[in-house]
Design a protein around this ligand. Structure first.
Ligand code: NAD
Length: 288
């Protein structure tokens, strides 16, 4: 039995794929409507500790604070049986994950971090990139589950937190790309160029990235801004990455400037705004 906690934009479709692949699930989310979607296809836990009889528990929650609340505050960790594999697939803070793993190990529970990239579309299609931190033996035991969810499953390293570290660093890069891509394309547009023509050129040149290949064509230009990844979650990930840079004493001038821009955008946008709305926020700041 697999316990699955957090049935939001990502967790919902991921749990759905596991059910469709024939796995027996017990699911929980604080939002009752999200767990009701699994009525008839999975066991519905009334509280988070209801998933504790599972031998593998997957978490897909917003951040480390919520992961800690669920495991320590709500008492899930205390209720897990020795030998349980506890997998945090959220984009959490690697230093906090390490601490949780030590607490979990004292109870005989092995904690693994396995954050993902690939967005809501990747979660639905089972093509996520999954980056796993933790013992090789646990990675091998979990691999069949990960293969249902991901197209590319990588063991990032033995230390717990390795996956969470590279996930935050990846999102720092992705966020900086989107901000600078948006600034550049808006300047080109103001100069009279067509954004689609610019994207054609850049995508055959060295400035290309996920922002030019996917985010601008799919979410910004059509004005849908519906990638399913919130601006606040991106700022959270950038903060984790900057914390890692600080802790390791590595340079972070450009990263800090990117975070300052993103934090200003998040402040100005609605709390539930999509992260691609930073492009619209930049447009609104054009000098008359
Ligand atoms: P989301 O906000 O849609 O989902 C989080 C879910 O957790 C919500 O359904 C919420 O009700 C639930 N939750 C909150 N507190 C809870 C608690 N105490 N107990 C049980 N459930 C609780 O977020 P998401 O977009 O699904 O992202 C989840 C994680 O995955 C985040 O760490 C995010 O950074 C990461 N991520 C998101 C994307 C994306 O494209 N959305 C892509 C890659 C990684």
């Amino acid at each position: 039995m697999i316990g699955f906690v957090g049935l939001g934009n990502m967790g919902g479709p991921m749990a759905g794929r596991l059910v469709a692949a024939g796995h027996e699930l017990c699911v929980f989310d604080v939002v009752p409507a999200l767990r009701e979607r699994f009525a008839g296809s999975a066991a519905l836990a009334a509280t988070v500790t209801g998933v504790s009889t599972a031998d593998t528990v997957l978490l897909m929650l917003p951040d480390s604070a919520v992961v800690e609340r669920v495991l320590l505050g709500d008492g899930l960790l205390d209720r897990l049986r020795p030998g349980t594999l506890l997998v945090d697939m959220s984009s959490s803070d690697p230093s906090r994950t390490k601490e949780l793993a030590v607490t979990a190990a004292k109870r005989g529970v092995t904690m693994v971090d396995a954050p993902v990239s690939g967005g809501v579309a990747g979660a639905r299609a089972g093509t996520l990139t999954i980056m796993v931190g933790g013992p090789a033996e646990a990675f091998e035991r979990l691999r069949p589950l990960f293969d249902v969810l991901g197209g590319r499953v990588v063991h990032a390293g033995e230390p717990v937190g390795a996956g969470h570290a590279i996930k935050a660093l990846n999102n720092l890069m992705s966020a900086a790309h989107l901000m600078v891509t948006s600034e550049a394309l808006l300047a080109g547009q103001a100069f009279g160029l067509d954004p689609r023509v610019m994207l054609d050129i850049v995508n055959a040149s060295s400035g290309r990235s996920g922002s030019t290949e996917t985010k601008w064509p799919k979410f910004v230009l059509p004005g849908t801004y519906d990638s399913g990844f919130g601006v606040r979650l991106m700022v959270k990930d950038m903060g984790i990455a900057l914390g890692l840079q600080e802790a390791t004493g590595t340079p972070s001038e450009v990263s800090a400037a990117a975070l300052a821009s993103w934090a200003a955008a998040a402040e100005a946008l609605a709390p539930d705004a999509d992260h691609t709305e930073v492009a619209a926020w930049l447009m609104s700041r054009r000098q008359p």
